[in-house]
Design a binder for this molecule. Structure first.
Ligand SMILES: *[C@@H]1O[C@H](CO)[C@@H](O)[C@H](O)[C@H]1NC(C)=O
Ligand SMILES: *[C@@H]1O[C@H](CO)[C@@H](O)[C@H](O)[C@H]1NC(C)=O
Ligand SMILES: *[C@@H]1O[C@H](CO)[C@@H](O)[C@H](O)[C@H]1NC(C)=O
Ligand SMILES: [Cu+2]
Length: 355
């Protein structure tokens, strides 16, 4: 019903043609898991949040044109506000950049709308997300010759994602005039000017580049996401398969989504949030995690694994639910457990479902 209503709204806005995106297997799994969520809520009432009052996070192409423009205008607004972190990161020129700084600083140890990968996986460059229209998140980059994206540690032919048809500056859509300030740190394009600081936090103004890539998008089709959710009951394996098992030639849906955008900074492991579409990709990551939790909320709502450092380097203690997670000067530290419950975390400030 929810999907029908959303499709109806999009149809009335003249955005998508009837049946353009019928529910995929992951959407069906999410829909059929709602009774589990309602049962759990009945047994575990949450502070300040009920199924009826929960906000609904809506897929990009299910938003009306106006709603999409509100979203991209909000991003442009963040990009017009002064930075709070420019003393520690001279390259941070806006409030948007502040979030990129936090990600750069936290990469070695650890997001409204989302992007349902499957909808656009076959032809991402022509999709409502990247077609360059005013209702998109901006278009592909201009075509420039470049190599593909190397995947270190993967066997041939999975060691290189072939290039797409872009690679140059984005010239269409809401972010056509956007300036990228921070990074690069781990660029996947060769022509990116170097940052004046080794930590990537210096000022390095340049255009937003993309290389919308259908080869990477192919591993984000719904059957991959469905298998990820259904075949991994342990959070360690769920996380490991999601992030990719490169030595086995499996890119994973996480890397798949990042490299669907590619370019600069989206293709840069550290600086990727500097491309506004990062946030929609990571909202989908959150949605997939949420659907995974819904399969067994009693056990999965509060399951974490792995240590506090990436690949346990340098060696560190196991992460716990009481570890603090923060956004530097942007938000106070909170316990990880509060961030894992979308139905009442942070005393009910987190209260949302995905549709
Ligand atoms: C593009 O960016 C430049 C530099 O930030 C600015 O001066 C100009 O007004 C912008 N143009 C548009 C159409 O936003
Ligand atoms: C998903 O489907 C494609 C073909 O449509 C197939 O090549 C691929 O192996 C499938 N992936 C999984 C994880 O089932
Ligand atoms: C850390 O987690 C691993 C995997 O769950 C477990 O085997 C190990 O005993 C834990 N280490 C400590 C010190 O608790
Ligand atoms: Cu990511």
């Amino acid at each position: 019903m929810v999907q029908l209503a959303a499709l109806g709204a999009a149809l009335c806005a003249g955005l998508v043609s009837a049946g353009a995106y019928p529910p995929d297997v992951v959407d069906e799994l999410a829909e059929s898991s709602m009774p589990k969520l309602k049962d759990w809520l009945a047994k575990n009432p949450q502070p300040g949040c009920t199924y009826e009052t929960a906000a609904k996070r809506t897929e990009w192409s299910d938003l009306s044109l106006d709603e999409r423009k509100q979203y991209t205008n909000a991003v442009l607004c963040l990009q017009s506000k002064p930075a709070l972190m420019s003393s520690q990161a001279p390259g941070a020129k806006s409030r948007f950049d502040d979030y990129v700084v936090v990600h750069i600083q936290q990469t070695p140890r650890n997001h409204g709308s989302y992007w349902n990968w499957d909808r656009y996986a076959k032809d991402p460059a022509s999709s409502p997300l990247f077609d360059g229209s005013e209702g998109s998140m901006g278009g592909n980059g201009a075509k420039v010759a470049h190599q593909g994206i190397p995947i270190p540690g993967a066997p041939r032919p999975y060691d290189m994602i072939p290039p797409g048809d872009g690679g140059g500056c984005v010239t269409t859509g809401p972010f056509k005039n956007m300036t990228v300030n921070l990074g690069p740190i781990a660029p996947t394009l060769q022509q990116i000017p170097r940052n004046p600081r080794v930590d990537g936090l210096g000022s390095n103004p340049r255009c937003l580049r993309r290389d919308i890539n259908k080869h990477a998008a192919a591993v984000t089709m719904a059957n991959y996401t469905h298998s990820l959710i259904r075949s991994n009951s342990d959070v360690y394996w769920f996380q490991t398969v999601m992030e990719g098992q490169f030595p086995q030639g499996k890119w994973g849906v996480h890397a798949g989504g990042h490299y669907t955008v590619s370019g600069d900074p989206a293709g840069d492991f550290y600086v990727s949030p500097g491309d506004p579409v990062f946030w929609l990709h990571h909202a989908m990551i959150d949605r997939v995690w949420w659907i995974w939790q819904l399969q067994d909320l009693e056990r999965r709502l509060a399951q974490v694994s792995m240590t506090r450092t990436m690949n346990n380097f340098p060696p560190s203690a196991n992460g716990t639910l009481d570890d603090l997670s923060g956004l530097g000067v942007l938000a106070p530290d909170v316990k990880v457990r509060e961030l894992m419950n979308t139905m009442g975390g942070l005393e009910g400030k987190f209260c949302y479902v995905y549709e």
